[in-house]
Design a protein around this ligand. Structure first.
Ligand code: PXL
Length: 283
């Protein structure tokens, strides 16, 4: 690459998943696979195995702010991607930083629980996310469970709102667009729709894959951020990110006893004999 040209730069705020299936590791792989340079701000460490998340250690909010500020003063950022947040204090710190860069598109993945159901945000964090981060999101990317939880209003138990109504409420709360994913719904197809507060802007259906995956939400949100950083408009960015994510899932692998992992570098493996047997070696 000529030295006066740069890859698009995406700043990620997310937590470490040592398995590399989800979290900031998933973001780094996705952004790199799609040609971007990731700037990474670590919000928390997690301890997890294929059975679930055992522990979370939030990074001190001052450290979160310092990791971001030092980079932002030095390198021009083309998009933000926000994943797991770690604490209310971190949410406040990140919201303050975002408010200084309103022109940079921001993909907000509201990580409330792991794919296996472990809670990754408490009620105070959900409140802070809703009031401080949601109004700064160019696009919010909840799955249907997260959309219902974030959009919850009294009376919903008796009359559950439609997913379109949830998206409308989340846009009314400040997100410019809401991409609701349908992995947790039923049907032969997974239907994901992009909503702008007045209605669906687009809707895409994908053949449902049989496996259970760890890190698909992180992959999708990072892929949208990469596409926005690459200059695509939001509709195209959302569609191409879904296509990429579907490919990573269709070509996913199972490194341990738990869920499948998306293969964000499937295209690199197609070119050569870089695969090994998953069976343990015997003497
Ligand atoms: O997939 C959501 C997610 C995000 N970030 C971290 C995680 C998980 C799910 O387990 O561990 C660090």
């Amino acid at each position: 690459m000529p030295q006066d040209l740069l890859p698009p730069v995406v700043m990620v705020f997310a937590a470490s998943d040592p398995s590399g299936g989800a979290g900031i590791q998933a973001d780094i792989m996705t952004l790199s696979s799609l040609g971007c340079h990731p700037l990474t701000v670590l919000t928390a460490l997690t301890v997890q195995d294929s059975a679930g998340v055992e522990d979370v250690l939030a990074v001190d909010a001052d450290w979160v702010a310092d990791q971001a500020r030092a980079r932002l003063e030095d390198i021009a950022v083309d998009a933000f991607k926000i994943g797991m947040l770690g604490s209310v204090e971190n949410i406040v710190a990140i919201a303050e930083i975002l408010s200084d860069y309103p022109e940079i598109p921001c993909v907000l993945d509201p990580v409330l629980a792991s794919g296996r159901g472990d809670e990754l945000a408490d009620a105070d964090m959900i409140d802070a996310l809703r009031t401080l981060l949601l109004p700064q999101a160019t696009v919010l990317t909840p799955n249907s469970l997260e959309a219902r939880r974030l959009a919850f209003e009294e009376g919903d138990e008796a009359r559950p709102p439609s997913l379109d109504e949830c998206a409308r409420r989340l846009a009314a709360a400040g997100a410019e667009y809401v991409l609701v994913t349908g992995t947790h719904e039923n049907g032969a197809e997974v239907v994901n729709f992009l909503h702008d507060g007045s209605g669906r802007v687009r809707s895409d259906a994908w053949p449902r894959l049989p496996g259970s995956y760890h890190g698909s939400g992180c992959t999708l949100a990072s892929a949208i951020a990469a596409n926005l950083a690459n200059g695509l408009d939001l509709g195209e960015a959302a569609r191409d990110a879904q296509e990429y994510t579907w490919q990573t899932l269709a070509k996913g692998f199972r490194p341990g006893m738990g869920q499948l992992f998306p293969d964000r570098f499937f295209w690199a493996r197609e070119a050569g004999p870089f695969l090994r047997s998953s069976a343990p070696e015997t003497e």
